[in-house]
Design a protein around this ligand. Structure first.
Ligand SMILES: Cc1cc2nc3c(=O)[nH]c(=O)nc-3n(C[C@H](O)[C@H](O)[C@H](O)COP(=O)(O)OP(=O)(O)OC[C@H]3O[C@@H](n4cnc5c(N)ncnc54)[C@H](O)[C@@H]3O)c2cc1C
Length: 360
């Protein structure tokens, strides 16, 4: 089960004018707890403006870097990202949850894979970890990375990526797509949208039929468009893995509660949770937005991070009763069919709901 530990920030590095990367000191006793698979993220937690603030940040270090590092891009008016960019210094401590997430690349030395990654802006963070680890741990694999940014100055990890290109000349192709800076090749000037992805394949920069896995990370609209283009190119959806940092079109308002959910809220519902083998019971009443909020009101802390249906930290299984979700950007159809739900988006449809957080 994921847990927070207090970790000391060992280094803060300015990567671009509006992005920093931060590494953590992991004590020997916690080494195993912070072992990660490339693609996973950490939930950072701090008391900001009197609020318990949690945000997810993907690990950018490769498996052989010998450090645990995340990168945080400042979002206009953003609470945590502004704090991290303007105030975090080495020596400070942060509450850091053990690695989570299912956007994964698990390198195996014997594999001869062909991989293609697409990222925009800060979406590079898990992709850097994935690309580095695949190149280092799969000596016969090839990686092509299409990286969208506004301009050269806003490219996070530009030098690290150039160095990787030099180190793995034969196996790593890096292609920058810039929206506000002209490039020698017209095709590489603009946004990473469906049309551009289609053209990148058309001119032979990747061959959709021979790629083993695609890794997509960034804002929702970029992911949706890239998925649509790959689908139209005949790519099997099973080969596409993605991680969304922000929903398409920004944080859309949650779906309105159904009549049944409203009726159940009026009557009140009992929620039983199973967490780390322990059972707790809470009451959900009208006005409680979701299960996580109802639990917090009654002093029970359930796992959560983004509260927006994207990160999956609050994933649990409905073992009795029924519930609906306000939004869901991360659970796959098979998971929903198997009864998984996001507690931060869950509204009960029955008077009793039993949720198992230990079920994976
Ligand atoms: C699984 C996962 C992994 C993530 N990994 C990273 C990472 O490696 N690096 C990174 O910088 N961010 C990452 N994010 C985004 C991060 O968790 C925060 O959402 C982001 O830093 C904004 O938080 P904030 O407190 O500064 O802004 P908030 O105060 O929460 O929001 C301020 C405003 O900005 C909007 N907003 C929120 N996030 C973004 C965004 N990413 N782009 C544009 N507008 C936004 C909100 O809708 C709101 O209007 C990840 C998100 C998820 C779900």
């Amino acid at each position: 089960m994921s847990k927070f530990h207090s970790l000391t920030v060992s280094d803060v590095r300015r990567e671009t004018p509006d992005a920093v990367s931060i590494s953590f000191e992991v004590p020997e006793a916690l080494r195993d707890d912070y072992r990660y698979t490339p693609g996973q993220y950490l939930t950072l937690r701090s008391d900001l403006e009197g609020e318990d603030t949690r945000r997810s940040y993907s690990i950018c270090s490769g498996l052989d870097d010998g450090e645990l590092r995340v990168a945080i891009k400042k979002v206009e008016g953003g609470l945590f990202s502004t704090f991290a960019n303007d105030n975090l210094t080495a020596g400070m401590t942060l509450e850091v949850m053990t690695p989570e997430g299912r956007f994964l690349a698990e390198p195996r030395a014997e594999v001869e894979g062909e991989y293609v990654a697409f990222a925009a802006g800060s979406g590079v963070t898990p992709i850097l970890s994935i690309v580095k680890s695949l190149l280092e741990r799969e000596p016969h694999s090839q990686v092509t990375f299409f990286y969208g940014n506004r301009s050269t100055g806003s490219i996070i990890f530009r030098t690290v990526l150039e160095d990787l290109k030099d180190q793995f000349l034969e196996r790593f192709r890096l292609i920058h797509v810039l929206s506000r800076e002209a490039q020698d090749v017209d095709l590489l000037h603009g946004r990473l949208d469906a049309e551009r992805v289609r053209k990148l394949a058309q001119v032979g920069l990747f061959d959709p039929a021979s790629v083993d896995a695609y890794f997509l990370c960034g804002p929702g609209d970029m992911i949706e468009q890239t998925k649509a283009a790959l689908g139209a190119l005949g790519v099997d959806p099973e080969k596409i893995r993605s991680e969304m940092f922000v929903p398409a079109g920004g944080s859309a308002p949650p779906r309105a509660a159904s009549l049944r959910a409203k009726e159940t809220a009026k009557q009140g519902a009992t929620i039983e949770t199973v967490l780390d083998g322990a059972r707790h019971s809470i009451e959900m009443v009208e006005g409680d937005e979701n299960v996580v909020a109802a639990a917090a009101r009654q002093g029970l802390e359930l796992p959560y991070s983004c509260k927006g249906g994207m990160c999956c930290t609050c994933r649990c299984k409905v073992v009795e009763g029924e519930a609906e979700m306000a939004t869901n950007y991360s659970l796959e159809p098979w998971e929903q069919e198997a009864g998984f739900i996001l507690a931060c988006q869950a509204r009960p449809l029955t008077g009793k709901l039993v949720l198992d957080f230990d079920e994976i």
